[in-house]
Each structure stands twice: as C-alpha cells, then as structure tokens.
Design a binder for this molecule. Structure first.
Ligand code: SME
Length: 155
C-alpha cells in the first residue's frame, strides 16, 4: 500500500474510533497512537501540544507517543511555536538548521508540525511528528496529516 492510501485508511480508522467522543484528549490520544503505530519507526515522537486555555500564547504538552517531551513551548519558539504563531504547517528536513529549535530529544533530526483548528477556526493545538532520520517527511505526509487534523475537532 502506498503512503497516500495508508493515510486515507488511517483517516477513516481514526474518524470511526473517535466518532461521538466529545472529550478532546481522548480524540488526540487515539490519533497519536494510531499514527505512531502506523509509521513506526519513522515516526519517533508523535503527539499534540495544545494551546493553554489560561495562556493564549503558550503550548502545553498533550497526548503523545514517544520519549519525554518538553512540557511548555511559547508561541514563536521552536518548530511547534512557529507553527502555532503562523498557523501554518512547518516541514523541517533538518531541525538543527531551524533557528530556535527546541531539542527535547537529541535523537530527533527532522520534523513536521501541523496546526489543529477548532470549528470556529481558532487554533486549538499542533500535531508534532519527529523523526530520527533527516528529511523524513514530505508533501504526502503534510497532506495526510493535515487531513487527519481536520477530523479531530469535537463533533
Ligand atoms: N522539537 C520541537 C519540540 C517538541 S519535541 O521535540 C517533542 C520544536 O522545536 O518545536
């Protein structure tokens, strides 16, 4: 199965598993688990940083699969913080070349971060996937992950 088909299948699977579940962390945790399983070992760290409801300009770690992640990331800092500030997917082939990259685990070498929006278009979280390989992510991952992030909002 090619990766595009794999992403389509995963999206349908995640959609059916989270259908009717209104508790957002349960939706994020299920998506992180299925994505990490599907693309192991390329996906070394897979999870969500959510917008802190008490501090609109800071992300706090949410459900994830992988090694210990840092707890908080201010908007504008590192790849996740830039994704949150710009509300645009960040595809980073070499994290060491990214200004202000936050190294939670020194084994991470490339990264993709996708924004997750609420139904009203407000940023809710970012989905962060890190790899130990350089240049591990491409447009197929971007398209697949963006499509999955669109179905994570509460029904
Ligand atoms: N590398 C990320 C930080 C989060 S973790 O790697 C889990 C960044 O620069 O946004």
């Amino acid at each position: 199965m090619d990766r595009q088909a794999h992403y389509r299948e995963l999206k349908a699977e995640i959609e059916s598993i989270v259908a009717g579940e209104t508790y957002v962390p349960a939706r994020y945790a299920s998506a992180a688990c299925l994505l990490a399983e599907a693309f192991r070992p390329r996906f070394f760290w897979t999870g969500f940083y959510v917008v802190d409801p008490q501090k609109a300009d800071e992300l706090v770690v949410g459900p994830y699969q992988g090694t210990l992640g840092c707890l908080r990331i201010p908007f504008g800092k590192g790849v996740c913080g830039v994704c949150a500030a710009e509300q645009k997917t960040q595809l980073v082939p070499d994290v060491h070349a990214f200004p202000g990259h936050i190294a939670c685990d020194s084994r991470s070498n490339s990264e993709i971060v996708v924004p997750v929006f609420d139904r009203d278009g407000t940023l809710a979280a970012v989905l962060d996937v890190d790899s130990t390989e350089y240049d591990a992510f491409d447009a197929v991952d971007q398209e697949g992950l963006e499509a999955i992030c669109k179905i994570l909002l509460t029904a």
